[in-house]
Design a protein around this ligand. Structure first.
Ligand code: ADP
Ligand code: ZN
Length: 619
């Protein structure tokens, strides 16, 4: 009863090969659709489970499944993971020597492969086309399909030519997959790759990710505190805007005993490859990177993604934070955000050489991101709302867990704006924040004396408000275009058309404040209200482990590290953290009992079962 039935259906494969009890979300519907020979566009967030949507139909349909992917560096791992499951898989890309490539092609021609991963240029080459002509093809899966979008930052020209697949193999179903959600990209994919085909759009919610935005004071120190306090020896990614910052931050973290590695496009290719390898293979590495790092990284146990600089759009933020917690276990998206982020991003748009239409688009995108960063209500509701999805407050973001106080700050805003106005009138020049706040708070300085600003009617009218609160208000005004910072000219403050509305009382301003001393109702990470899957094992995996279970979990991890090394594969390819946690809690005592654990399929149970039971026995 333990073996795969003679004519397995999709559920049989899911349970026996992958060891998962049930399909998630739309997986089942997509698989049935493709099995019926139809084309599909699959939109699912990272970690949603896209791969099964083409892997299972490829196994059930006669012939070879072709997977087109631009991610050459990661193909090897994807193939290794499938081989551990007993699926006959290979890849063809420029990293293979001629001899190995020939062998793979022969295997394909002899019908000895279930799945073949190909770089697009390989597929489009003459030899690639000949190979496909010689094989019976079960389906084409086009992964990272958004690479066809000319507006996206992942644009690959070869992807456009994949439209020829339908002309040449009209009977073969095509599945295009992506985690990039916006509607224009979606249309472009359908238009350029599929022509028609059903769209399967899943919820983009990632309930296990906790979103948090903190006031940036000393970003690096705050980051260090965050990692030390909540993520010791966890795997994570820290995103920074510039290459310099990447290197400095990696060095700073390393200096504090954290295994942090830099990654950006300016580093030698060899070093980038080495750092990526270590990140994938080892436990507990923190990658400090620019956005050059990330596409297709399917390491499931990234426990946090931290932003030291604000991304320039909500799409970017969603994609980058989405790399956390693919395994469904609690994970955090943490961002430090301050006035400088607003000023810097606006300036980047201003300085870019793009045309006006593009600048307007970029500004609109940035403003949506700012609204998310400034939000006083549920961040998830806003995030999903941006992608057109309605939802209820989530209970797993900073604003839900620790709601900020909202104060009517209209009067303060008027004081601030009129001080800026009066200083400019008196001196015929504009001033930066520090000086304006000095005047507001009635602080005499060399500069106030020199300009005679201590005689202004607004001098000292804001003495009852702290400097921190003035800066907070200032940032919120800038974010809403009610005030401008001229970054090119000593960051002086300037009124805008919209400032007048505030001065005339036509517009009310609310200041969001989090009491610094307020008790944070921060729950233990393990007890997050999050819930993705509903199976007992998934629940077990989310619970915090008892100390005895933790000890066993650590032993299992050590065994996994040694085994992965032996097999020459990343640790997560052997078993995910979620599976090891479930084993540590359930403590199965027989091979049969191991079957009930999510993530233990037949092949892995046969290969690793005895070693796992020995680990449990010794505990
Ligand atoms: P995506 O490509 O959409 O980012 P993956 O296909 O890599 O996501 O799947 C993410 C994780 O979820 C993987 O570890 C995968 O094995 C697991 N997974 C996928 N489908 C299921 C399922 N039905 N039940 C349990 N785990 C699943
Ligand atoms: Zn929330």
């Amino acid at each position: 009863m333990n073996t795969l039935p003679a004519n397995p259906n999709a559920t049989d494969l899911l349970q026996h090969i992958w060891g998962y009890p049930a399909f998630r979300g739309q997986q089942r519907a997509i698989i049935d659709h493709v099995l019926g020979g139809h084309d599909a566009l699959v939109l699912m967030p990272t970690g949603g489970g896209k791969s099964l949507c083409f892997q299972i139909p490829a196994l059930l349909r006669e012939g070879l499944g072709i997977v087109v992917s631009p991610l050459i560096a990661l193909m090897q791992d994807q193939v290794a993971a499938l081989r551990e499951l007993g699926i006959r898989t290979a890849f063809l890309n420029s990293t293979l020597d001629a001899q190995t490539a020939r062998e793979v092609q022969q295997q394909a021609r002899r019908g000895e492969l279930d799945l073949l991963y190909m770089a697009p240029e390989r597929l489009l080459s003459d030899s690639g086309q000949r190979l496909l002509d010689d094989c019976r093809i079960a389906l084409f899966a086009i992964d990272e399909a958004h690479c066809v979008s000319q507006w996206g930052h992942d644009f690959r020209p070869e992807y456009g030519q994949l439209a020829m697949l339908r002309e040449r193999w009209p009977q073969v179903p095509r599945v295009a997959l992506t985690a990039t959600a916006d509607v224009p990209t979606r249309h472009e994919i359908v238009q350029r790759l599929l022509h028609d085909g059903t769209e399967f759009v899943s919820s983009f919610d990632r309930p296990n990710i906790r979103y948090r935005v903190v006031e940036k004071r000393d970003g690096r120190a705050q980051l260090l505190q965050f990692i030390r306090g909540e993520h010791t020896s966890d795997c994570g990614v820290v995103y920074c805007l510039s290459r310099n910052t990447v290197e400095e931050v990696a060095q700073m973290l390393a200096g504090h005993g954290i295994t942090a590695l830099p990654y950006h496009a300016g580093l030698p290719a060899e070093m980038r490859a080495r750092h990526l390898r270590r990140f994938l293979d080892e436990d507990g590495i923190v990658m400090v990177a620019t956005i050059a790092f990330g596409m297709g990284i399917d390491k499931p146990d990234v426990r946090f993604v931290a932003h030291l600089d604000m991304p320039k759009s909500v799409e970017g933020y969603f994609q980058e934070t989405g790399r956390a917690g693919r395994d469904g276990l609690p994970a955090q998206a943490w961002m430090a955000y301050g006035l400088q982020d607003v000023v810097q991003q606006r300036r980047l748009i201003e300085l870019s050489e793009a045309d006006d239409a593009y600048k307007r688009l970029s500004t609109a995108k940035l403003d949506s991101m700012l609204a998310l960063a400034e939000a006083a209500d549920c961040r998830r509701v806003r995030l999903l709302g941006y992608f057109g999805e309605a939802s209820m407050p989530c209970g797993n973001c900073d604003n839900c867990l620790n709601p900020p106080e909202l104060i009517d700050a209209t009067e303060s805003a008027q004081k601030l704006l009129s001080t800026i106005y009066r200083c400019r009138q008196a001196s015929n020049t504009s001033f930066a924040a520090t000086h304006i706040i000095d005047v507001l708070r009635g602080k005499r300085s060399e500069k106030t004396e020199r300009h005679g600003h201590h005689t202004l009617s607004t001098f000292g009218i804001g003495a009852d408000t702290s400097e921190t609160d003035w800066r907070l208000l200032l940032r919120q005004l800038v974010a809403q275009h009610l005030l401008e910072v001229d970054a090119a000219h000593f960051s002086v403050l300037q009124l805008t058309e919209a400032s007048r509305e505030v001065l005339r009382g036509q517009r009310r301003i609310h200041l969001k404040r989090r009491e610094p001393g307020a008790k944070r109702k921060r729950r233990a990470m393990g007890g997050a209200a999050a819930a993705g899957g509903k199976s007992a094992t998934a629940r077990a995996a989310r619970q915090a482990l008892s100390s005895a279970d933790t000890a066993l979990f650590e032993r299992l991890r050590a065994w996994r590290a040694a085994t992965a090394k032996e097999h020459g594969v990343p640790a997560y390819v052997v078993f995910s953290d979620a599976t090891l946690r479930a084993i540590a809690v359930a403590r199965p005592t027989s091979l049969d009992a191991l079957r009930g654990v999510s993530g233990v399929g037949d092949k892995k149970r046969d290969n690793f079962g005895p070693a796992l039971l020995a680990c449990i026995d010794d505990a």
